[in-house]
Design a protein around this ligand. Structure first.
Ligand SMILES: Cc1ncc(COP(=O)(O)O)c(C=O)c1O
Length: 406
């Protein structure tokens, strides 16, 4: 039988990173030791106190039942306390906090809860793919606003874009510190955004995945620190990066009560909640480790950042040190830029045995760049630099284009 997939699925383009993944697998099967700086997949384990608590709870038969879809109440209370301790923000745990199965799940279902055909959302690009595709899957339209081209004038560019649009977009998606560009903002930026959103009645969704992966004394603000933000905004946080719990699948959406209610309703139909031992592990992390563990993980990424940026600069590849996230957003060296980011990434994978993400996989705005994730140890990072140097020294863009632009 010919299986006809839905029009929803058909609206999704082929997954560009899939090509890189397939090549990586092929090379690994051939016995190559690929240094994988592709996906933002933390390599460090969760804190040992969190693991110990989860193991203890897993032995309790009661913990094996379906959990609460919106999160167990002790966990929601702990999230509210955490926001108060860390950001001075008051949240009602019953109405303004919900647990999500990682922020990716939360973002996806929130798009379904808020948007449908005829609606649109503003998304800065290049973008973390789910910020675009969750909206497409909800049947709504995406209006992109270039982060790359507008540079320091992003906010003016955003407001001007809004003014010329009709019908007006319903939602604005933000993500600062930003994946993939690593751009950061200050609280003044969020003040302007909230002021704008209140005037124009637009919902703001801030993805705060890299809240704690910050360097050199930079502190990332929460959008909810802005007066009246809760009238229009929600924020997603995740334990994936701050507590290196990516595989555990636990995050939160906090802020506007009506938006949380809508997400809670849709999740009530779709899921039965996160496995209880994981939620209890989350309580320990937020209660006992909130001001220690994230800093320790950030320190590891900062050291790796320094090793990689300094090493690449030394071989003639100029890159700025980012202030946050677990990535470098690296402009392709001038003499290779014509090869394009996909071909250049394939070249690095095959000939330097280093996997990175091509900028194009974050949208057309990302072309000309690579995203390099700091998810291997410093020894391996140094090895990667040596291998990259060797590959770059031998070849030019014409060679890369001819061999890899297929
Ligand atoms: C910007 C951003 N948002 C969300 C996520 C997904 O996080 P989670 O593991 O909480 O689903 C990531 C993961 O890399 C990310 O970079």
């Amino acid at each position: 039988m010919n299986i006809e997939v839905s029009s929803r699925i058909k609206r999704l383009p082929p997954y560009i990173f899939g090509e890189i993944n397939a090549l990586k697998l092929k090379l690994r099967r051939e016995g190559k030791d690929i240094i994988d700086l592709g996906m933002g997949n933390p390599d460090k384990p969760a804190p040992k106190e969190v693991m110990a608590k989860a193991i203890e709870v897993i032995k309790d038969p009661k913990a094996h039942r379906y959990s609460a879809s919106k999160g167990i109440s002790h966990l929601l209370k702990e999230v509210a306390k955490f926001y108060n301790k860390k950001y001075g923000v008051e949240l009602n745990p019953d109405t303004e906090v919900i647990a999500t199965i990682g922020s990716k799940e939360g973002l996806s279902h929130l798009a379904l809860a808020l948007l449908g055909p005829g609606d649109s959302a503003l998304v800065p690009t290049p973008a973390f793919p789910i910020h675009i595709w969750s909206i497409i899957l909800a049947g709504a339209n995406v209006i992109t606003v270039s982060l790359e081209k507008s540079g320091e004038n992003f906010i003016d560019h955003l407001f001007k874009t809004y003014e010329i649009l009709w019908p007006k977009p319903k939602v604005l998606i933000l993500n600062f510190p930003h994946n993939p560009t690593t751009k950061v903002v200050d609280i003044e930026f969020f003040r302007l955004i909230i002021d704008f959103a209140l005037k124009k009645e637009i919902i703001v969704i801030q993805d705060f995945a890299y809240a704690d992966i910050v360097f050199d004394g930079y502190k990332a603000p929460s959008i909810l620190q802005v007066h009246r933000a809760k009238e229009v905004a929600v924020e997603f946080i995740t334990m994936s990066k701050s507590f290196s719990m990516a595989g555990w699948r636990i995050g939160f959406c906090v802020g506007n009560e009506e938006i949380i209610k809508a997400l809670s309703k849709i999740k009530g139909y779709y899921d039965y909640g996160i496995f209880t031992p994981i939620q209890v592990g989350g309580i320990i992390a937020l209660r006992e480790l909130w001001d220690k563990a994230p800093d320790e993980y950030a320190r590891i990424y900062q050291d790796r950042r320094d090793t990689l940026v300094e090493g690449l600069n030394k071989i003639g590849w100029e890159i700025q040190k980012p202030k946050a996230t677990m990535f470098l957003w690296a402009k392709i060296p001038e003499n290779f830029i014509k090869a394009g980011s996909l071909a250049f990434s394939k070249f690095l994978l095959e000939e330097a045995e280093v996997c990175v993400s091509p900028g194009i996989s974050f949208g057309e705005e990302g072309e000309g760049y690579l995203r390099i994730a700091l998810v291997e140890n410093e020894k391996r990072i140094k090895q990667a630099i040596r291998q990259i140097k060797k590959a770059l020294d031998k070849k030019d863009y014409k060679y890369v284009l001819e061999k890899y632009n297929k």
